[in-house]
Design a binder for this molecule. Sequence first.
Ligand code: PLP
Length: 392
Amino acid sequence: MAKISDRVRGLTAGMGDGWGVYHRARALKAQGVAITDLTIGEHDIRTDPAILDAMQASARGGHTGYAALAGTGDLRDAIAARVTERTGMRTTRENVLVTPGGQAALFSALMGVMDPGAEVALPDPYYATYPGTVRAAGGVPVPVPTRPEDGFQPRAEALSAAIGDRSAALMVNSPNNPTGAVYGAETMDGIAEVAQRHDLWLISDEVYDTQLWSGGHLSARALPGMADRTLVVGSMSKSHAMTGSRIGWLVGPPAMIADLVVLATHTTYGVAGFVQDAALHALRLGPEFEARIAAPFRRRRAACLELLGQAARIRAHPSAGAMYLMLDIRATGLSATAFAERLLDERRIAVMPGESFGQAAAGHVRVALTLPDDALLNAFDSMLSFAEEIMA
Ligand code: PLP
């Protein structure tokens, strides 16, 4: 076999650990072992039948050829209208690129802002794929630790200190996966100030903008002076339970969007037309539908926090958004990886050790609230008794 590229070989920079529990849980499941899987952010419901009907009608109606590369005009308009309504920022189809999921929007954004070797500063803990996506696009990720004591909100001074001659962008995510932090006005102003002072792009991943449990969602692009340097990543995965349809978007300045259409021409070649039509149908279901998809996580978060209120060894960060809870397990004396490994072995429950999301989440595990309420509360009960047992 000829050589596999260093770029692809180096995507995870040898940081495979942190994903061991996830892979082991998958392997056990494949062997038929019953595992309570609280690892990844996927709803316990499937895509709504009405959306699937729209998808089928579109495909049967003939929308199975190459679709409009930037996205269909109707879908771009609908996304633009949603962004305008939610953020107050006038947005038109020229600001919108439809992508195969938020992940492709992230990659596209990074390709647009960086030349090879450029650096991207990102608050740590971060969504697990971020460093690899930066590397895939030829850049260098620069994690900037945040602190549990600060509710994992990034500080402007820390971000600024991470900026060097080769910095091209900041990449932030609010509501945040894995921490559940929602960045408040002070944090967002700090991020905007650093981006402007150092003349950087801001990539703002807002795929959890419908999963907000307290406070308001501030979109970075709506801050003064930020529209021309901000690329917002959106997705139908979490808001509409459409993870498998691979449909998302990037919103930014028209000149950047036009260049990224050229990139799409040479990479993805767009998104299936019938998926775009299904997405349009889904968006037209409006905010009530989005609230319905988010409701179980709101309810489960509250129930789990109440249960955890009585726990001695495990402390929850009361997330303000997203479909996870970040649990501080430092009082058990175990590392997060050891805790998660033993939880899998002894209770057949799979959670993500904090190390999967960077160094700043050490001593924490992330639990996805993606099981029906009773099963989830049983799993939390079991986790709490496990924590007591290992202390005994
Ligand atoms: N961004 C964040 C913070 C996520 O948690 C995810 C998925 O879990 C994504 C982006 C990518 O989602 P998708 O590609 O399904 O839109």
